[in-house]
Write a protein that binds this ligand. Structure first.
Ligand SMILES: Nc1nc2c(ncn2[C@@H]2O[C@H](COP(=O)(O)OP(=O)(O)OP(=O)(O)O)[C@@H](O)[C@H]2O)c(=O)[nH]1
Length: 324
C-alpha cells in the first residue's frame, strides 16, 4: 500500500511531520526500523518510530556513543551502509551487540545554528541492495525539511513560554509572589462564573495586618516588607491548593476559598489565625460567604466590613479565645 500524501492531515508540528516522513521512507525503502532521534549529552532518545521488526518504543533512551549514528555524525562511517558489517566502526559499535543490524541509513538533523539535534535513521536485520545508496539525496533533503520545521516549532515554543511568563508576572505581586490586584480580579471573574454555573460554596476572607505602620516607622521599611512576606507565607500555608491568595493592598490580603462551606470557612479562619499568631503576626480578618443573592465582589465588601469591625475592637486577634 502506498502512502497517499494528499490524504494526510496538515502537519501541525515537528512530530506529525517527522511521523509522515518515517512512514513514507519505510514504504519507499523498506527497512525494519526507521527512527527520528534526539541527542542529549550521553543520551540518545527515540522520538518517533516506524518499527516493523525491532520492537523499539518511542521514548526509549540508548547511549549515544554506542550508536552507529554517533560514528556517522563524526564522519567515521557512511550515511548509507547496505552491508553495515563491512564498515569497521559499525561492526565495532556496541549497539550492534544489542540488536541484529546488517544494514544502516542515517543522516543528521540539525538545529538552525548548525548544532546537532538528532538523526533520521534506519536499520535492518538483513543486508540491503547497494542501489539504496542512490536514495541518499532524498533522505538528506527530508532531514533538512524536518530541521526547518523543528526550528519554527522551537521558536513558537519559546514565544509561548515567554508569553506565559509575562502573563504570570502581570498577575503576580513581586514582593510576596501571591496574586496582585489584577490577578485577584481575574480569578474572581473566573470563579464567579463557575460558582454561578455549579453553585459551589465560596468564602472570601480579607486580612489586614495590624500595626504595619509602626513597624515601618520604628524598624524600617525593609522590616515592614519582611512582615508582609511572612504574612503571605502564613496565609498561603493555611489555604488549600486551589484557593486563591492575593495581596490587594499595601498590607491587605484577600483569600478566595473555593468549594468552602460555612463550616470549612470557620475552620480556615481558625487555622489561618493560628498560623499567623504562631509567627507573631497580628491581623484583622473578616470573612463572608457568597450567597445566591450576592456575587463575589459583594461578598468581598461584606468580608471587608467584618474585617473593619474586628479592627475597630482594637484587640489583637492573637488574644482572642477562638484561636486555640
Ligand atoms: N514595608 C512596606 N510597607 C507598606 C507597603 N505597602 C504599604 N505599606 C505600609 O502599610 C501601612 C498601612 O497603613 P495602615 O493600614 O494604616 O497601617 P497599620 O499600622 O497596619 O494600621 P492598622 O491596619 O490600623 O493596624 C502604611 O504605613 C504603608 O506605608 C509595602 O509594600 N512595604
Amino acid at each position: 500500500m502506498n502512502l497517499d500524501v494528499t490524504a494526510l492531515p496538515p502537519f501541525k508540528d515537528f512530530e506529525s511531520a517527522s511521523r509522515a516522513v518515517l512512514t513514507y521512507l519505510h514504504e519507499q525503502l523498506g527497512f525494519g526500523l526507521w527512527m527520528m532521534t534526539r541527542t542529549e549529552g550521553r543520551d540518545w532518545i527515540v522520538l518517533q518510530v516506524e518499527d516493523h521488526y525491532y520492537n523499539v518504543k518511542e521514548g526509549t533512551v540508548f547511549t549515544w556513543t554506542d550508536s552507529f549514528c554517533s560514528q556517522m555524525v563524526q564522519g567515521f562511517g557512511p550515511r548509507v551502509a547496505p552491508c553495515s558489517r563491512e564498515i569497521p566502526v559499525y561492526e565495532a559499535a556496541p549497539i550492534g551487540q544489542q540488536v541484529p543490524i546488517e544494514a544502516y541509513i542515517g543522516v543528521p538533523v540539525n538545529n538552525s545554528d548548525g548544532t546537532l539535534f538528532g538523526t533520521l535513521c534506519a536499520i535492518d536485520p538483513n543486508p540491503q541492495n547497494p542501489d539504496i545508496t542512490q536514495q541518499l539525496p532524498v533522505i538528506e533533503l527530508l532531514a533538512r525539511f524536518l530541521g526547518t520545521v523543528l526550528e519554527s516549532d522551537l521558536k513558537a515554543l519559546e514565544q509561548e513560554r515567554l508569553l506565559e511568563r509575562i502573563k504570570q508576572e502581570v498577575l503576580t505581586d513581586e514582593l510576596t509572589n501571591v496574586f496582585n490586584r489584577r490577578g485577584w480580579d481575574k480569578a474572581v471573574e473566573l470563579e464567579e462564573e463557575r460558582a454561578r454555573r455549579y453553585g459551589n460554596p465560596v468564602c472570601v476572607m480579607i486580612i489586614d495586618l495590624d500595626g504595619l505602620k509602626s513597624i515601618n516607622d520604628n524598624q524600617g521599611h525593609a522590616k515592614g516588607d519582611e512582615r508582609i512576606q511572612a504574612a503571605a507565607k502564613c496565609i498561603s500555608e493555611s489555604v488549600r491548593e486551589n484557593d486563591i491568595v492575593a495581596r490587594i493592598g499595601g498590607d491587605e490580603f484577600a483569600v478566595l476559598a473555593i468549594e468552602c462551606d460555612k463550616k470549612g470557612a470557620e475552620a480556615l479562619y481558625k487555622k489561618m489565625s493560628k498560623v499567623l499568631c504562631s509567627n507573631k503576626i497580628s491581623a484583622s480578618i473578616g470573612k463572608a460567604m457568597r450567597g445566591s443573592e450576592m456575587n463575589i465582589t459583594q461578598t468581598m465588601e461584606q468580608a471587608d466590613l467584618a474585617m473593619y469591625a474586628q479592627k475597630a475592637q482594637h484587640k489583637s486577634m492573637c488574644d482572642q479565645q477562638n484561636v486555640e
